[in-house]
Design a protein. Sequence first.
Length: 354
Amino acid sequence: MREKKIALKGLLFSEMQHFVKDIGEPKFRAQQLMDWIYKKNAVDFEEMTNLSKTLREKLNKCATINDLQNKNCSVSKIDGTMKFLFALEDHHTIESVIMFHPDRVSAKRVTACISTQVGCAMGCSFCATGKSGLVRNLTSSEIVNQVATLNHVLAASNEGPINNVVIMGMGEPLANYESTLKAIHIFNMKEGFQVGARHITLSTCGLVPQILRLAKEELQIVLAISLHAPNDTLRNQLIPINRKYPLAQLIDACQQYIHDTGRRITFEYSLMSGVNDTSHDAKELAALLKGLLCHVNLIPINPVEDTNYKRATEVHIAKFKEILEEKGIPVSRREEKGADIEAACGQLRRRQMT
Ligand code: SAH
Ligand code: SF4
């Protein structure tokens, strides 16, 4: 039986060195291959002009450098946000998004929002991805390939590379722990995409054991917790995993994370009209987070088909923010991107499936 080809965009430098040794090539080839795949955005071995034709043929037989197929790309007329639907080798589809921000200082911030699973098992009631259940975890190569492919697209128009990664696409990253962590290392490492750890955000619905494990990894990444509710009764309805890891446990885990890493935590709070957006909710949230090194990010919900959730009104959003500020909780409102192309996670894929 033929061995499965090795996906190169998913290898750490040490693994690339092993691979090069295994195929009987000299050591320096490892660095050359790293440059081609992570820095020069190669999607075909034929582009690797400093490798001999024989070596390129050999690589073609035993390795791959591109396992995503671009099935659809929509571009926002409002802010240039680009949303991609990628097909994997087994034809399942995932989404990735590129967002552009004029940076506060000078250099442009280019953000990739990427997926870690096909679907998601968590079943949050407001989320399009959660509606379809989990199909499978992505491999580290499939996670890395999203950023690689986005860099390739950007390079074609003299833009990029990606310098900010948010793991907020489809899937629960901490339910695919090893592959996600490996991908984060590749984003960050000097032979990889060189995205600063502080420019990598991992968003989770709150898997307590994995948060505690992540705390010990000594990473400087941003941890974002999808909170969305200030008490267990409401959070149980919105985010079913809260029944397993209720708020008291989640906040304890956050405290431990802050203690171990010295990093502040971001709490995401999607405002849904009449569900979690009252002044009472804001006060309860402020009490829950009191004394914690954190920041709250308010996000008006993106209504999803087959759900009854509606965006909170501007008046409610402003009031909610004001109460948190009064109580001394750092808070901001997330800039909305790609409103005209349904850039909220899972929506494009669901449309293609139905
Ligand atoms: N599974 C992880 C990461 C992917 S979801 C998590 O839940 O954190 C990324 C973010 O999008 C989460 O904060 C999630 O709550 C939010 N989200 C999902 N559906 C949304 C919607 N329809 N409108 C606004 N935010 C949504
Ligand atoms: Fe999964 Fe996150 Fe969607 Fe919940 S919000 S179903 S955890 S992707």
